[in-house]
Design a protein around this ligand. Sequence first.
Ligand code: AMP
Ligand code: GLY
Length: 423
Amino acid sequence: MKILVIGGGGREHALVWKLRQSPRVTEIYCAPGNGGIADEAEGLPVDIKNLDSLVAVANRIQPDLTIVGPEVPLMLGVVDEFTIRGWRTFGPTQAAARLESSKSFAKQFLQRHHIPTAHYAICDSSPQVRDALPHFHTPIVVKADGLAAGKGVVIAKSKDEAATVANEMLSGRMLGEAGSRVVLEEFLQGDELSFLVVSDGERVAPLVAAQDHKRVGDGDTGPNTGGMGAYTTPTIIDAQMRDWLINHIARPVVAGMKAEGAEYKGVLYCGLMMTARGPMVLEFNCRFGDPETQPILMRLESDLVEAMEASIEGRTSDGDFKWSNDSSVCVVMASGGYPGIFEAGKKISGLDEVANLDGVKVFHAGTSKRDGSFFTSGGRVLGVTARAVDLKIAVQRAYEACSKITFDGAHYRKDIAARALKK
Ligand code: AMP
Ligand code: GLY
């Protein structure tokens, strides 16, 4: 079976690594891939924001199964385009991907289907923001409606700040078209949880839950990033909570989308806040999380191809995934300056040394390969991932590997999974 993975980050490296373990897979391509992925799949240069180029790539290789990593091609309708041409593709259609591509759609959908989420107001203009603000307590969460690559959420400490940020977004200066509508939201407190399921449009199969670390600095300080690390353990949530999340969030979302004529197939990523009032939805992503996918797939023992085919063919069942009882953790090593401006092209050393460490796998994100050496080429550079019988050992292994890898300006959080270890 010929596989095409679209994307070129750490998540796609983890997908390629796992898919290659399937006895069904004979050839694997990644468009565009990255320096590290190129060792495990054939890279195909492409602009993933251009549907015509993606169609041209698929036309050339005629994949038996395509997996879409990032949100942008999904929002552009890559699944619709590929499916029309007879290429089996794992993921939601453009209409179903609105759960991620429009936060106002997602909030109204949640409300229509009585799924718990924070109070909110949708605003298209400054006067609407001014009228809505008195109904909120501070801090207030201000979100751009459209896709903003993790930069579309600001937690404003005062109403003045909320108004300023919302108006900046509405003006188009801050995020362009993505900010032409904003969502104001009640601030929720609690632990965040990434709960992912695979759906066939009707049924769901849960993945193990994970926790991301979004802020750049230790102790959850500094600006938000795409994610600086994630972990998963068998006890991150218990079976009762898992069943609650399936019955009160994942299944109602899938049923609601079907009822509204936009059947949801593929990965549904529920970004949750575990509040004193119970779990509440912060956001949906219509794809695997990055970096959550790296530690999640380290624990997957069953065949990922089978589960993806089941989703496409409408025969998902809740036991589609078999998991190891180990724990795993991913620590992201980033370029100096990230999530702000950073320089690329720094030589990475130490990768050979960690290649044989027990239970460790380094997934590449922003890397390129030249003359046998790896260089940085993005903000998030590597996802140093480790698996072990318990979380403490997994964390030690990941950090041992991080300490051996160097590049100019490298930084990473030292406290990934630290709160879980304290509990
Ligand atoms: P989102 O893209 O909507 O998940 O927002 C990105 C991050 O902002 C989340 O992972 C949270 O850390 C934070 N966030 C979003 N919405 C809220 C909220 N209502 N209350 C508190 N934090 C939030
Ligand atoms: N780790 C968060 C995301 O994938 O959006």
